[in-house]
Write a protein that binds this ligand. Structure first.
Ligand SMILES: [Zn+2]
Length: 299
C-alpha cells in the first residue's frame, strides 16, 4: 500500500504547497511557502524541491508512485510544457514536467490547477460518487474544471475549463488575461474587492461578509451584486455541462451561505427550467483539492 503513496504539488502564483498523500486521499504530511513568482522557473523548482524534502526524505521518495503537479494555466499537459503563465514570470514555453522529473527523481504528471482541484473534489470531496460535476474556484481569479461522463474533461492540450475567461460583457472590465468582459473580471475576489473599495476604501470581502451577517444593508447590497455575477456564470456552466452538482471553492466560498440566495435567484431567472434545481455546494477539501487531485494522477 505504501508504494502507492504519492506527492501532490500545487504551484500557485502566490502560494506553493506540497503534500504526501495516501491512496485514500488522506494528507500524511503537508507544507507550504510563498512562491518566489518573479524569480523564474529554476528558482521555483528549487523551492519545490525544498518543500518536498520536508514531506518526504530522499530515502522515502524512492518508494513513492510519483508526483502530481497542479499549476495555473495555460499548460500543455500532453507535452508537459508551461505555455505562458500570467502569474509566474518566465514560465513561457518551459518544459516544466521534464525539469521537475529531473529535480525530484520521480515520474511527474502535470495538470492545470482547476482540473486537478476538480479531480480532488470528485474523488475525495464534495463531488464524490457523481459522474458529472462542475468545480469552480473563486479567489484572486476564477478557475475551474469539469468532470463529464465520469472522467475529467481535458480538451485540446489539456486546457479545458478556463471558465473565468468566458465573456459575459461586450468590451467590459479589463481582465488579467488581456481581454475585456470576462466572468473573472466581474465575479472574482479581485472584482468583488474593487466594488467594495469604491464605497469602503479599506474593506475586504471578509469584512463585508461579516457586516452583511450583522444586517448592514450596504454590505448586503455588495454581497447581492457579487452573488448575481456568480449566478450569471454558473447559469452558463449549467447549460453547457449539465452537471449533477456545482462545487465552489476558493476564498470567496467562505461567504457561500450569504451568496447562495442571490446565486439561486439569478439561476431561477436565467436558466431553463430543467437546469434550475441543481445543488450548489461548498468544496469539501478547501485549499487541498488541487494537492489531492494532482497526487491521484500518479496513484
Ligand atoms: Zn480573462
Amino acid at each position: 500500500m505504501s508504494r502507492a503513496r504519492a506527492l501532490g504539488i500545487d504551484i500557485g502564483g502566490s502560494r506553493l504547497r506540497a503534500a504526501l498523500v495516501d491512496p485514500s486521499g488522506t494528507i500524511l504530511a503537508r507544507t507550504e511557502t510563498i512562491t518566489n513568482a518573479s524569480a523564474g522557473p529554476e528558482t521555483v523548482i528549487a523551492q519545490v524541491v525544498d518543500l518536498v524534502t520536508t514531506v518526504a526524505s530522499p530515502a522515502d521518495r524512492s518508494a513513492l508512485a510519483g508526483a502530481g503537479v497542479a499549476c495555473p494555466g495555460p499548460l500543455d499537459t500532453a507535452t508537459g510544457r508551461a505555455l505562458g503563465i500570467p502569474t509566474l514570470s518566465g514560465f513561457a514555453d518551459f518544459p516544466l514536467a521534464a525539469r521537475l522529473e529531473a529535480a525530484l527523481g520521480l515520474p511527474v504528471a502535470l495538470e492545470n490547477d482547476g482540473i486537478a482541484a476538480a479531480i480532488g473534489e470528485w474523488q475525495f470531496g464534495a463531488g464524490r460518487g457523481l459522474d458529472n460535476i462542475v468545480y469552480i474556484t473563486v479567489s484572486t481569479g476564477i478557475g475551474g474544471g469539469i468532470i463529464a461522463d465520469g472522467k475529467p474533461l481535458r480538451g485540446r492540450m489539456g486546457m479545458a475549463g478556463h471558465v473565468g475567461h468566458m465573456t459575459i460583457m461586450r468590451d467590459g472590465e479589463a481582465c488579467p488575461c488581456g481581454s475585456h468582459g470576462c466572468w473573472e473580471a466581474y465575479a472574482s475576489g479581485t472584482a468583488f474587492t474593487r466594488r467594495i473599495r469604491s464605497v469602503a476604501p479599506d474593506a475586504l470581502p471578509a469584512t463585508i461578509f461579516a457586516a452583511a451577517r450583522e444586517g448592514y444593508t450596504a454590505a448586503q447590497a455588495l454581497v447581492a451584486e457579487e452573488a448575481d455575477w456568480l449566478g450569471i456564470g454558473i447559469t452558463n456552466l449549467l447549460h453547457l455541462y449539465s452537471p449533477q452538482c456545482v462545487v465552489i471553492g476558493g476564498g470567496i466560498s467562505n461567504g457561500f451561505a450569504l451568496l447562495e440566495p442571490g446565486i439561486r435567484a439569478r439561476i431561477q431567472r436565467n436558466a431553463m427550467a430543467a437546469f434550475r434545481d441543481i445543488p450548489i455546494v461548498v468544496a469539501g477539501l478547501g485549499e487541498n483539492a488541487g494537492l489531492v487531485g494532482a497526487a491521484s494522477l500518479v496513484q
